[in-house]
Design a binder for this molecule. Structure first.
Ligand code: BYC
Length: 316
């Protein structure tokens, strides 16, 4: 519904965005801005929670108590990130219940990367190094996003992601200093995860329907291609230190651009995975649905407890 005050409110909103200031939950905002934020933050929250599965698969098979403790802490951090993000999303007038339902029935997405399987323990290190590395590249600029609660949630998430990236790199480094077999495991894992990691940044800018609008609103601070380039430039020297080869024959330093040239990800594969046809899409959602059903008694108990408290409060 349009009100008489709307043009003035819209002007105030635009001026706030132009000043790179923050929009807060009680401020007026265009409906499309709100819907874009719900879409992106929900997708981000779902990614954190679904993202617990590929690494969680290795918790019972960690090679030592130390590795198990580190991995357990990391996976728990991802659950925490999901919580911050669902809470940020709720400030936009949606409930966690609605968001969960939309994830489970496929109306909201989660990151394509988590639809790939983890086939060896080296994948735990590669996810830390490349997947969390890509997440940091994407999320550090989001600390300056125009919506206050999202930006503030990102600050803490990024601190924890930096630790995750370091633990992944340290794990891979340890394996690279080990046996030939361990080095082969690392290389094989990097071969499988490199291209899907590049796809995390989304489609190329000229095929991204949302980027221009989200940049104009200050929701995104960089385009998909800019972030992908930053990630490649950051990863190449790290791969050299590790002693692994990135599986892209077109990867080369471009003196003129002062950046690396690199090959084109397989965008048909990307869209297939995004649209539900990746190697693990069905398994991930099925697992999430089962966990949700298994938790029904906890939600029922919590709701009953809250109702009881409210009744007691009234009686007093
Ligand atoms: N996967 O116009 P575009 C983590 C969709 S978790 C799936 O460029 P936008 C971690 C996109 O949603 C990291 N879908 O969109 C956790 C859109 O479809 P809809 C998660 C993708 O929003 C555990 C359509 O394609 N990080 O770090 O401007 C362990 C067109 O795309 C993907 C975030 O979520 C994809 N990769 O830009 C370890 C970061 N890419 O929604 C690590 C926050 C695109 O219109 N999100 N799509 O149906 C963002 O920065 C942006 O939403 C994106 C996409 C860059 C991902």
């Amino acid at each position: 519904m349009t009100t008489a005050a709307e043009p003035r409110l819209a002007e105030h909103f635009e001026a706030t965005i132009a000043r790179h200031d923050r929009i807060e939950p009680r401020d007026w905002m265009p409906e499309a801005y709100r819907a874009t934020l719900v879409r992106q933050i929900a997708q981000h929250a779902h990614s954190e929670v679904i993202g617990m599965q590929p690494e969680g698969d290795w918790l019972t098979r960690a090679p030592s108590l130390r590795r198990k403790a580190v991995l357990l802490a990391k996976v728990q951090d991802e659950a925490g990130h999901g919580l911050y993000l669902y809470s940020a999303c709720e400030t936009l007038g949606v409930t966690r219940r609605e968001l969960t339902e939309k994830l489970l029935d496929g109306r909201q997405k989660y990151s394509s990367i988590f639809n790939y399987p983890t086939l060896s323990y080296a994948d735990v290190g590669t996810i830390g190094w490349l997947v969390d590395g890509a997440a940091i590249c994407n999320q550090v600029p989001l600390c300056r996003t125009s919506y206050g609660p999202y930006g503030r949630a990102m600050i803490r998430v990024c601190k924890e992601e930096s630790f995750h990236q370091r633990q992944g790199f340290e794990l891979l480094m340890t394996m690279m200093r080990g046996t030939d077999e361990q080095r082969e495991m690392v290389q094989e894992s990097v071969n499988r995860f490199w291209w899907p990691a590049l796809m995390m940044f989304g489609p190329p800018d000229d095929a991204s329907p949302n980027t221009a609008r989200s940049m104009a609103w200050g929701i995104k601070r960089d385009t998909n291609d800019e972030l992908r380039q930053r990630f490649v430039d950051m990863s190449v020297p790290q791969a050299e230190v590790l002693g692994v080869t990135l599986p892209d024959p077109e990867l080369a330093w471009n003196e003129q651009r002062q950046a690396h040239d690199f090959g084109e990800p397989d965008w048909d594969e990307f869209w297939a995975v995004v649209n539900g046809d990746g190697p693990c899409n069905a398994q991930r959602i099925e697992h999430r649905r089962r966990a949700h059903d298994d938790g029904a008694w906890v939600r029922a108990a919590a709701t009953a407890f809250a109702a009881r408290q409210a009744e007691g409060g009234r009686g007093r």
